[in-house]
Design a binder for this molecule. Structure first.
Ligand SMILES: [Zn+2]
Length: 249
């Protein structure tokens, strides 16, 4: 009998990782993302120094299991023009048509939830940039009024809302009660997007993640804990091209 010579690719050990300090994490946390790999999140004001080497060894089986489940790099990095935008948060699916041999790159919305992207020739960078801009406008149209409604409903007034493309945050709230929302929220299931809006509104009363903050957020969102944990892993389910915010010209 011939022996099989099939090679199973194994993730390298020790793995490549990024360390991020965050005012939001209260404890050391690991995450694995198809686009960024392994990230070690450390609390910003860590009282103790973290021995990363021991941490990696302690979590070795978890890390290896999750790194192995990532798609191969060739697939991960291959970003194609999307055929549709599934905006679950606002219950809209837009089909995209690309038309080339046109004079100037542009994008317009046509009846029946169709987006038409025009360009001289196929150009990934240019088309994706047009889609990012359209999504930002779409978020301004839908997320801003939604935030206002929730603000009135729960009596949590805010000052201004701004839609941005934040790399790591779903949203933020300043001490002046200005709220920033990420337009990637459009791709989340409606209940999770609403949870993020309520999270930021709750920061208008508590500018921290104290017990009082979570108590208030749980009053606004009875499924708070479930939604909060669902959000931790959902990013890997979003389309890869959404992460191309710094496109080369
Ligand atoms: Zn927060």
């Amino acid at each position: 009998m011939m022996e099989s010579t099939q090679v199973t690719p194994m993730p390298l050990w020790p793995p490549m990782y990024t360390v991020k300090k965050s005012t939001r994490s209260k404890q050391v946390r690991l995450s694995i993302h198809p686009h960024t790999g392994l990230t070690i999140h450390l609390p910003h004001r860590s009282k103790y120094s973290v021995d990363i080497e021991s941490l990696l060894i302690k979590k070795k089986s978890w890390i290896l299991k999750h790194l192995a489940s990532l798609p191969p790099p060739s697939l991960r990095e291959q970003i194609a023009l999307p055929a549709a935008l599934d905006l679950k948060a606002i219950d809209e699916t837009w089909q995209i048509e690309y038309k080339f041999n046109c004079t100037k790159p542009s994008l317009f919305a046509a009846p029946g939830f169709r987006l038409v992207v025009l360009d001289k020739a196929p150009n990934l960078t240019c088309s994706l940039r047009l889609l990012h801009t359209w999504l930002k406008r779409q978020a301004e149209t839908h997320l801003a009024p939604w935030l206002s409604q929730l603000s009135l409903k729960h009596n949590l007034p805010f000052n201004k809302v701004q839609i941005r493309h934040q790399k790591t945050l779903w949203g933020s709230c300043s001490s002046a009660h200005n709220i920033q929302l990420n337009y990637k929220l459009l791709f989340l299931p409606r209940n999770l997007a609403e949870h993020v809006l309520l999270h930021e509104l709750s920061h208008t009363k508590h500018l921290n993640h104290s017990r009082s903050f979570w108590r208030l957020l749980s009053q606004c969102d009875p499924n708070c804990a479930q939604h909060n944990s669902a959000l931790r892993n959902i990013e890997s389910e979003l389309p890869a091209w959404l992460y191309t915010e710094r496109l080369p010209r």
